[in-house]
Design a protein around this ligand. Sequence first.
Ligand SMILES: [Zn+2]
Length: 224
Amino acid sequence: MKFEFKPHRRNVPDSELIEDVQRCARRLQRNTITIAEYERDGVFHPTTLTRRFRSWFRVLEVSGLEESRSKLNISDGELFDNLRSVWTSLARQPRYEEVRSPMSKYSAGTYENRFGTWNQALMAFIEWVDEGQKDPCEEDSTKADQKVERRRTKRDISERLRFSILLRDGFRCLSCGRSPLKSPGVELHVDHVIPWSSGGETVQENLKTKCADCNLGKGNAFRE
Ligand SMILES: [Zn+2]
């Protein structure tokens, strides 16, 4: 395999990036392409595309392609969701060798096949998490939520948004500082700062991590 330098390019028009992704998918004779496959054949660095379009999901969408799926029909979303759950149960970033059964539904090798390397899988995952923060309603907004007072968000915190708050807060209670990492058994909740019922929105700025005790008002340390 010959080495090709793939520049990060900022000034290439969107259309040129999209055409290159479409060209690579055509060569594979498929209606989708993984980051790993694009990295092998594409003109540009995959990060150029994920930065421009925010996620590989969106790259596929704007290119008129479908979400990547493995032979076992596992979608990128399922892989990310599994990683979210492994990360949450560890309360920290999973190590390569930890990503296997029974903690993880899919092996680290599955992630490597899809994203090229374990690191790239983690980068794609974080982009996916960040994208979820931008529009908390995206997952299942319905017209019923927009009745009477106009609310920007719904009350329910999606798993993806919840994870991004845990990640931001370092998987520890912002009131008492306890973390399941150091105190096994501590259960973390993500809750509204201004209650939703009082007009608080389900957005990053209005959400914080608390342990079950502090959240239910039973915490005795540092209570205001
Ligand atoms: Zn606490």
